[in-house]
Design a protein around this ligand. Structure first.
Ligand SMILES: [Zn+2]
Ligand SMILES: [Zn+2]
Length: 77
């Protein structure tokens, strides 16, 4: 089963803000803001390709900039 390593706190975001070069922080999965494809629509399509990545909203606490980053899912045991 594929899980998002960032949601599971296995990894940290190491990006820096392109504007002010301060470390950015994870604002959480974008799935919390925008609903993913409903698995109950589209007749049997289960999550589609969205299962392979988890989109997080990254933001810079210094300048307030935020942008989405796709996190690749990893296999968890
Ligand atoms: Zn995630
Ligand atoms: Zn910034």
């Amino acid at each position: 089963m594929l899980e998002c390593p960032l949601c599971n706190q296995l990894i940290n975001i190491y990006q820096v803000c392109p504007k002010c070069h301060q470390p950015v922080v994870d604002g959480g999965s974008l799935g919390n803001y925008v609903g993913p494809y409903s698995p109950y629509e589209e007749g049997g399509l289960e999550w589609g390709e969205s299962v392979h990545s988890c989109t997080h909203l990254i933001y810079c606490p210094s300048c307030g900039e935020d942008w989405p980053v796709e996190i690749g899912m990893v296999s968890m045991r």
